[in-house]
Ligand binder design. Structure first.
Ligand code: G3I
Ligand code: 9MR
Length: 547
């Protein structure tokens, strides 16, 4: 209805399933003690209740009140209204309301495709020319190869840059495969409107295969994985077909090789019914990679002197070993992999910043839980109780914070930390269907879709107020006002590593507010594959489990 939209009211801008916890956050000065829920069309009051007492918080630096309308569960489109300050953006209460952002978060990957044009039929106004054929890529000396070229087309661009990184292709693919293994019907053929739609196989698998095809090309003859395929430095903010600097196959190391081994063993299971040959290719590649890592257990990648693109450097491979051995054990039943799992790798504490460095051990645990048949009971019990305890901690931490977010340290890609925590809650729910885990994951999604200290829905194109100036080269260069849709902004980052890149942050900005919708802000407003991946997982999980 007419009336001013108030930025003081924060909530999930998409909406809530009828069964969900429904809590909006009201910030700043409010005279009223009550709120009401009104029907968006008619303005008719359907519910009212008291606001909670005001409370001041440190992470956001805000004074907040909670408007709790959990008890209201009639389907419709509503706004929250508060006398003296205005109304919220309209949102829905209804079943399947997360389906659109869920599909959108996967369609976002299609927009990241290298080596092919995006046709208007599939890409709408974001159609564009092909870039980066990558069909004869030179080897950088750090790859260990001195002559010849690598044929390495396809794949998704990693982020706002046009690099392709094996480590950060494998980790998100593992998260995407996890959803498929748990909910294979979540996306079916035709759901995504991509070029492969109508071929009889799930659009989800078709989209994931576009990335998988590329990663497979990055395996050296001896089984080791090259680390990345990028230019020497980051290029300007131009469209793919204008970003034509020479690209190289760079480095080779244990981290990339183990992450690949793990997710390729998953791929073997995932592609088995639709393409047996492809599945077998993945398993052979996985075993070879794992063997290389066993023989070369300590090769940490560091950017060579002449290279300044993303490093994805890590020098502790115990999480990667755990993930790879778990997946290979599940796929093959081969005892040697089980013997490689080590007690000390069972660390259940999720710390912000774990991400692509450390989170993968959870993916291994999730796979063992899903495929318990040959797993020794003692190990299973440890994993079950560890995941439950970890989820309990995250849920109670979230309940104690202003936006019900499960983290209290905001680093580069903090939105992925929120969602990786939700992925643990989701798996706790699969072990023990206590609603507190489901609602914990839901409130993490509320945070991502608008119930947060900056009042944005962080998923481009989904919500009333979404990022318009992502650090994303196509979005910056395509001349179209709206960002490419379906891409998740990194989120608040209290370290402000991009402050010298022309980014303007508010003075003395609170950790949870350290996010700006500005194009140069790669430390807060870039997008990245491993941030979209847990969002896809959690949205898919909620959509499957909440109806
Ligand atoms: O974990 C430590 C924390 O303990 C410490 O307090 C803090 C102090 O600044 O640093 C934390 O580490 C940070 C880490 O992100 C957290 O995950 C590093 O400083 C920070 O430099 C690091 O940023 C990484 C960034 O690349 C720069 O290397 C991001 O994790 C990573 O996601 C990002 O990835 C880039 C690729 O390199 C290139 N493509 C885009 C992609 C997304 O921005
Ligand atoms: O665009 C780059 C982004 O993908 C990286 O995450 C980020 C940090 O490594 O760097 C961005 O590139 C910037 C570079 O580091 C410094 N000069 C400006 C570049 C574009 O903003």
């Amino acid at each position: 209805s007419e009336g001013v939209v108030s930025e003081q009211i924060r909530l999930n801008q998409i909406g809530y399933y009828p069964i969900f916890i429904k809590k909006a956050v009201v910030v700043g000065v409010v005279e009223a003690t009550e709120f009401e829920l009104i029907e968006a069309k008619s303005g008719k009051n359907v519910f009212s209740a008291d606001l909670s007492e005001a409370r001041k918080w440190e992470l956001s630096g805000e004074e907040v009140r909670i408007a709790d309308f959990t008890d209201f569960n009639e389907e419709g489109t509503y706004q929250l209204a508060i006398a003296g300050i205005g109304q919220s953006y309209p949102f829905e209460i209804g079943k399947h309301i997360l389906q659109a952002p869920f599909l959108g978060s996967v369609k976002g990957l299609y927009y990241q495709r290298a080596s092919m044009a995006l046709d208007e039929k599939f890409a709408g106004k974001w159609h564009r020319a092909a870039g980066h054929p990558d069909d004869s890529v030179s080897f950088h000396p750090s790859s260990g190869r001195t002559d010849g070229f690598l044929v390495s087309p396809k794949g998704w661009y990693d982020a706002g840059d046009y690099g392709k990184y094996v480590l950060n292709a494998s980790f998100p693919l593992g998260q995407f495969y996890t959803l498929y293994e748990e909910y294979p019907e979540a996306i079916i053929d035709g759901d995504l409107n991509i070029p492969e739609s109508g071929n009889g196989r799930s659009d989800y698998l078709d989209e994931l295969k576009y990335e998988m095809d590329w990663v497979l090309t990055m395996q050296d003859e001896d089984g080791g994985m090259f680390h990345k395929l990028t230019t020497k430095g980051f290029e300007g903010m131009v469209m793919p077909d204008k970003a034509v600097s020479t690209r190289y196959v760079i480095g080779k190391g244990t981290g990339s090789t183990l992450d690949f081994a793990a997710m390729a063993a998953q791929a073997y299971r995932v592609f088995q019914t639709s393409d047996q040959d492809y599945a077998n290719t993945c398993l052979v590649a996985s075993r070879k990679a794992y063997q290389w890592a066993k023989d070369n257990p300590d090769v940490a990648f560091k950017n060579p002197e002449d290279i300044s693109t993303g490093e994805y450097g890590d020098d502790d491979f115990s999480d990667e070993f755990f993930w790879a051995a778990s997946e290979l054990f599940v796929s093959t039943g081969d005892q040697q992999y089980l013997d490689h799992l080590k007690e000390e790798q069972l660390d259940f504490e999720m710390k912000p910043g774990d991400g692509w460095r450390r989170y993968m051990r959870f993916l291994g645990m999730f796979s063992l839980l899903r495929n318990p048949e040959n797993v020794p009971d003692e190990l299973l019990q440890k994993i079950r109780s560890g995941i439950l305890a970890s989820a309990d901690d995250l849920v109670s931490k979230a309940l104690e914070q202003e936006y019900f977010q499960p983290i209290d340290d905001f680093q580069w890609g903090s939105n992925s930390d929120v969602l990786n925590a939700a992925m643990i809650m989701a798996h706790a729910y699969r072990i023990n269907p206590d609603k507190k885990y489901l609602f914990g994951a839901q409130q993490a999604v509320d945070y991502i879709l608008g119930n947060n200290a900056v009042g944005y829905s962080f998923l481009s194109g989904f919500g009333d107020k979404t990022p318009m100036f992502l650090h994303h080269r196509p979005s910056a260069a395509d001349g179209i006002e709206e960002s490419v849709p379906g891409l998740l902004s990194g989120g608040p980052n209290s370290r402000l590593q991009d402050a010298s890149n022309g980014v303007v942050y508010p003075e003395n900005v609170a950790p949870m507010k350290a996010w700006v919708d500005q194009e140069p802000s790669y430390a807060s407003n870039e997008i990245c594959l491993n941030w979209n991946a847990p969002l896809t997982y959690v949205l898919g999980f909620l959509e499957q489990e909440s109806n």
